[in-house]
Design a protein around this ligand. Sequence first.
Ligand code: AMP
Length: 183
Amino acid sequence: MKTRLLFLGPPGAGKGTQAARICDSNGMKHLSTGDLLRTEVAAKSDLGQEAEAVMNRGELVSDKLVLAIVESQMKALSGEGWLLDGFPRTVPQAEALEPLLNELKQPIEAVVLLELDDAVLITRMLSRGRADDNEDVIRNRLEVYRDKTAPLISYYQNKGLLISVPAQGSVEEITERITKVLS
Ligand code: AMP
């Protein structure tokens, strides 16, 4: 089983749900930059206050801020596997991750791309009721994904790390598909 992973895919594809399930079953650390940022927002920390408005518009928080969070989380890992969910979200973030992982001597073993049609993504997001899940913001988040994050697909394809998984069907079916491609 591969245990140093990235989850890539549009908002609403089920990355968070699947990442939590895969990490629970395999004793890996689930690192979701969205969850970490929401924790900062709830705590009203300086970092959270800086991020909140940007998140509510469906835009991306600065690479610098997100990298600071990821770096401190990765350095605190104690040898277990990990799954980065929602990071990297831009090519510069991916480029910054490389020297960090080299330093930790923990190369990525696979990048899982969860693929789903826009219509299903929008329906799923509208049913979550999160602060950044109203229709205009959702449209913006999909556009940001296409512009800034989708280039990572060829970035990781070129490194021979990308594995695509269809993300339609039940939660259990999708977990099964992911587990299979990682074994
Ligand atoms: P998520 O829970 O992954 O959908 O993330 C929610 C929001 O947090 C995103 O719409 C961004 O505003 C912000 N965010 C999460 N991860 C990142 C990242 N890697 N880079 C920049 N912004 C991020």
